[in-house]
Write a protein that binds this ligand. Structure first.
Ligand code: 9WN
Length: 425
């Protein structure tokens, strides 16, 4: 085992708060939804029990209606804003711990399959009951997605808050977010810029809008039907839909192993619906998949990494195959490390500002996976190699400047460590 693999494992140990992992110390002091799913896969490369535990701790926060919240506040901390009092979700979730009121990409199902497969190769029949329990939690969350976030039956699931996408200040949300008021009742006490330079974080006006949205939904008492009608921000997101579709395929795989026939049928229907929805979002002229602004009714054409995430779920046709390869190569041209989260030729590109340009190891992990699934192994190997090199050069940082390779944002980052372990596995 290399020293760097050792260092990656040490980061997961350092960020362990008792069966769950914080994304990084201080900047993000709670359990985040999709971070933990990625992290559980990192653990699975060397400690199956700890991998299962990560997901088990996450579902402690699952709501009665099936939603898996984006943050679980297991223990109090004053180093992050907004904390539990701003969300005020207590009445939606009667058990402890308290949680935020929105969700995040459902990588959970992908993670469960990944760790279950490793457990099987290790001959761990004892994980069956744990797998079944987590499978049912995932299934309840997929039902929630379909019912609550695609009520108009487009085959695409919607986000009601940019934080749900996990790509918070992506240029993809600019137009839709500009319609949201900057007025807030809550005082905005940002903590993030105490840990990380403001130049690498969202702007103040973004935060005002993020908090305004929280207030709108809090006034709906977090009732999903009321939120759907009140939402001033509503986007059918291709990245979210692709992750949900892929996680659904992974749950079907698990259900087949567990011989759960009714569940296989139910999930297969969901899978078909989502694939149809995704296929309709391809645009030849843009050489990628685009999200849909449900308030303006318009395509979101901004070139972001989301263009390529559907590859994890669908098989491209011959034309798309070539187009995607050319387009990814174009975005990476001249970069020390690709794939940038915003195309470098776009006027929105900022190489150091969070989701407006920097490279994220977990996004590359998804892109590599999607390229392999679509028989583009050579390009996948290049991106995988660049990601590993970037981490080895700059450390386990939150994100990387694609032009210089510099490490940015938080340090000793859990999902970057997990990405390293999985890509190296
Ligand atoms: C808001 C934890 C999370 C990631 C997101 C990333 C960032 C939070 C923030 O950090 O978002 O959820 O406060 O900036 O954008 O993808 O899950 O690592």
């Amino acid at each position: 085992m290399s020293d760097i693999t050792d260092a990656a494992r040490a980061i997961l140990a350092f960020n362990d708060r008792g069966g769950y992992t914080v994304p990084t110390d201080a900047l993000y002091p709670f359990q985040w939804n999709w971070d933990s799913a990625f992290v559980s896969m990192g653990f699975a490369t060397f400690n199956i029990d700890r991998a299962y535990q990560e997901l088990e701790r996450l579902i402690e926060g699952q709501w009665d209606d099936g939603m898996l919240p984006h943050i679980v506040f297991h223990v109090p901390s004053d180093t992050y804003f907004p904390g539990p009092d701003v969300w005020n979700t207590h009445h939606r979730h009667h058990k402890k711990p308290t949680t935020s009121g929105i969700t995040q990409p459902p990588v959970f199902g992908m993670a469960l399959r990944y760790i279950y497969e490793i457990a099987l190769t290790e001959g761990r029949e004892d994980v069956l009951a744990r797998t079944r329990l987590l499978f049912h939690a995932a299934l309840r969350s997929h039902r929630w997605w379909m019912k609550v976030r695609d009520p108009e039956k487009r085959g695409l699931v919607a986000i009601l808050h940019p934080w749900e996408s996990g790509s918070d200040n992506s240029p993809a949300w600019d137009e839709a977010l500009a319609r949201v008021s900057t007025i807030t009742k809550t005082e905005i006490c940002r903590q993030d810029t105490k840990h990380v330079s403001a130049a690498m974080r969202p702007h103040h006006a973004d935060y005002q809008r993020f908090i305004h949205l929280v207030e709108v939904y809090r006034e709906c008492k977090w009732d999903p039907v009321k939120q759907w009608s009140a939402a001033p921000f509503k986007v059918a997101d291709v990245q979210m839909t692709a992750i949900l579709a892929r996680a659904t395929a992974d749950l079907i795989w698990i259900a087949s192993h567990l011989n759960l026939l009714d569940e296989i049928n139910e999930l297969s229907t969901i899978h078909r619906i989502l694939l149809d929805g995704l296929r309709g979002r391809w645009r030849n002229n843009l050489r990628g998949f685009v999200s849909l602004d449900l308030i303006s009714g318009k395509d979101i054409q901004k070139p972001t990494q989301a263009y390529f995430i559907p590859l994890i779920a669908i098989e491209l046709d011959t034309y798309q195959h070539e187009a995607v390869q050319d387009e990814i190569e174009r975005w990476c041209n001249g970069m020390i490390v690709g794939v940038p989260s915003t195309a470098p030729f776009s006027s929105d590109f900022e190489s150091k500002r969070y989701w407006r340009g920097p490279v994220w190891a977990v996004i590359n992990w998804l892109i590599v996976d999607g390229l392999c699934k679509n028989h583009l192994a050579e390009l996948a190997a290049i991106i995988e190699g660049n990601t590993i090199n970037a981490i080895e050069r700059a450390g386990f940082r939150e994100y990387f400047d694609p032009i210089t390779g510099e490490g940015l944002g938080g340090n000793s980052f859990s999902w970057t460590a997990a990405a390293y372990l999985v890509l190296r596995h």
